[in-house]
Design a binder for this molecule. Structure first.
Ligand SMILES: Nc1ncnc2c1ncn2[C@@H]1O[C@H](COP(=O)(O)OP(=O)(O)OP(=O)(O)O)[C@@H](O)[C@H]1O
Ligand SMILES: [Mg+2]
Length: 265
């Protein structure tokens, strides 16, 4: 799915009465099938941009255009899939029925829930296999570790087959080993499915590892200060983090963050 932020600004009303300019003048085009990261310090408007993309909040100015050109493109427009920092699984539903939860929501719910059980089950098994939690399909979320719950949240997002996946710091609460494993998984899944990914992170190395493009943001007001194409072969492994080319991108992003924040101070 192609995504375009056109002249986007966002002002929040606050209780003190003084509005906050969370995002100012963002113009950004993301081509279908691209993996893009938004990187920037706390408060620079990353979640605000994502929430506007998801349609959770409206922009104050500008518009966001979504165009689905994929094989399933056209009408009705499909909703973006979401993965957040917390897995947000429903504790009273099994892993399997958490993955299929969105079948029961929104327009077309009746048609989706009446789909043959064996078709649905086969799809769920395949996804849970992909994220390595298949043997937990009939367990409850609270019986799983945090990393496993996050894998289920990724499976739930993939189940929707949305051509757009929005991820807001999905790995930040995880330990280093789990995070590295999920970096590899996510690259593999994205390579197979080629959805458009908008990935928010504080972690520069994570952004370089996963992305085709890294958008660097600065605060007060939140804005884009650099747009860096990452031209490294895939799959990208953690062993490659010490390579010169990889290190060059990390330095370039760090420099953009530093000068953006200095300008804001
Ligand atoms: N509902 C709200 N009401 C008022 N101000 C808000 C609201 N949500 C966010 N803000 C303000 O907008 C700015 C951007 O917030 P946002 O959550 O988008 O930042 P972020 O880049 O996602 O930060 P973090 O990395 O900490 O998640 C901040 O100054 C924040 O205080
Ligand atoms: Mg945020």
């Amino acid at each position: 799915m192609d995504v375009a932020f056109e002249g986007i600004s966002k002002w929040y009303e606050t209780r003190t009465g003084r509005p906050v300019n969370a995002v100012a003048h963002v113009d950004l085009r993301i081509d279908s099938g691209t993996f893009v990261s938004l990187v920037g310090p706390s408060g620079c408007g990353k979640t605000t941009l994502l929430d506007m993309l998801l349609g959770v909040i409206p922009p104050t100015t500008g518009r966001i255009a979504l165009e689905d050109r994929g094989p399933g493109g056209g009408t009705p427009p499909r909703r973006p899939a979401v993965v957040l920092q917390a897995a947000t699984l429903l504790p009273w539903r099994t892993v399997r029925s958490n993955v299929t939860l969105l079948d029961e929501c929104g327009p077309g719910a009746r048609r989706r829930t009446q789909r043959k059980a064996h078709e649905r089950d086969a799809q769920v098994e395949e996804l849970l296999d992909m994220v390595h939690v298949r043997e937990f399909a009939d367990r409850y979320p609270w019986e799983l570790s945090g990393g496993m719950q996050q894998r289920v949240a990724i499976a739930r997002a993939l189940y929707t087959r949305s051509p757009l996946m929005c991820l807001d710091e999905p790995f930040s609460a995880l330990d280093e080993f789990t995070r590295e494993a999920l970096h590899i998984e996510l690259q593999r899944i994205w390579d197979a499915e080629r959805f458009t990914a908008v990935f928010v992170t504080h972690n520069i190395q994570e952004a370089v590892l996963l992305s085709d493009r890294v958008i660097v943001m600065a605060p007060r007001p939140g804005r884009v200060v650099a747009d860096i194409a990452i031209d490294l072969p895939r799959p990208r492994l953690h062993e490659g983090l010490t390579d010169t080319a990889f290190g060059g991108y990390v330095r370039e992003i760090r420099e953009a963050l530093r000068s953006g924040s200095a300008a804001a101070a």
